[in-house]
Write a protein that binds this ligand. Structure first.
Ligand code: 5RP
Length: 265
């Protein structure tokens, strides 16, 4: 692997082999998402606990201090919306020149395996990988399900994650599933990070799935709404960070969450 690619990956995946990515890219298809109306304010107290931010170029340019040392994973797919015909019909919306100019440590794009636009999104991924590899920029594939949340089961996730890795993604983001998540990880030759999906009913549920996902081989998370849409986002990210980087169990993370939450109360 080339020095540039290694260097960028090592900014994202920490020395312990683990990673906590904080995505705030949801506006690219949802508009001003709840609790992300002002992304700069949302991320301000959370950034220090994240290993990288995932966002679009628009939010990066307008809401993040250019003096930051936090690595950036730039979402480069889009041109769809929640009110449009099909979320899977994405294009790549950011050039390689812009990716380099904005000093991204990686880029991310969604793939929609099994959708009407499967071939388009996978072809987009292959072209993006070709361009980014020329410049040593890792691509993180986001295995997306659009509005079909019921697709989040092991056979589908394993299929989607494997295909994304075969096409050349250096990291794959997929959902967690309770049954057979280890099969998703085992079938994917590149590191896997877990997305959270819509906000869970309780924080403990989140700590449970992050802990279980890590036990089953994920290297970390790319978790948004279950951090910044919660009542105590700082307590939430600190507890999740403790699971990922300090080996906390879900119960220990919950205790930490309650401690930090009470400090703030
Ligand atoms: C949204 C994304 C998000 O980055 C990803 O889904 C993780 O966020 P969340 O934990 O809120 O699901 O790709 O387009």
């Amino acid at each position: 692997m080339e020095w540039g690619m290694k260097n960028r990956l090592s900014r994202l995946i920490q020395k312990d082999g683990k990673a906590l990515f904080l995505p705030v890219d949801h506006g690219y298809f949802q508009g001003p998402t709840h609790c992300l109306e002002k992304p700069g304010e949302t991320i301000k107290p959370l950034m220090q606990y994240a290993d990288a931010l995932m966002l679009t170029r628009g939010v990066l340019r307008n809401c993040v201090d250019p003096a930051t040392e936090k690595p950036v994973i730039m979402r480069v797919s889009g041109a769809v919306s929640v009110v449009g015909e099909d979320l899977a019909n994405e294009s790549v919306v950011t050039s390689i020149q812009e990716i380099i100019r904005l000093n991204a440590s990686a880029v991310s794009m969604s793939v929609f395996v099994g959708s009407k636009y499967e071939n388009k999104s996978l072809t987009n991924l292959s072209k993006l990988v070709d361009e980014c590899e020329d410049y040593g920029v890792p691509v993180m594939a986001v295995c997306a399900v659009g509005k079909e949340l019921e697709k989040r089961e092991a056979r589908y996730l394993a299929l989607s994650a494997r295909i994304a890795a075969e096409i050349g993604a250096r990291v794959v983001k997929t959902y967690y599933c309770k049954e057979n998540f280890e099969k998703v990880v085992e079938g994917c030759p590149v590191p896997i990070v877990i997305a959270g999906g819509p906000k869970a009913e309780t924080q403990r549920e989140v700590f449970d799935f992050v802990y279980d996902g890590m036990q089953k081989g994920a290297i970390g998370v790319n978790l948004g709404r279950n951090i910044w849409q919660t009542e105590y986002p700082v307590a939430s990210i600190r507890a999740i960070r403790a699971i990922i980087h300090e080996g906390y169990t879900a119960k220990e993370a919950e205790d930490l969450y309650n401690q930090v939450r009470n400090l703030k109360a």
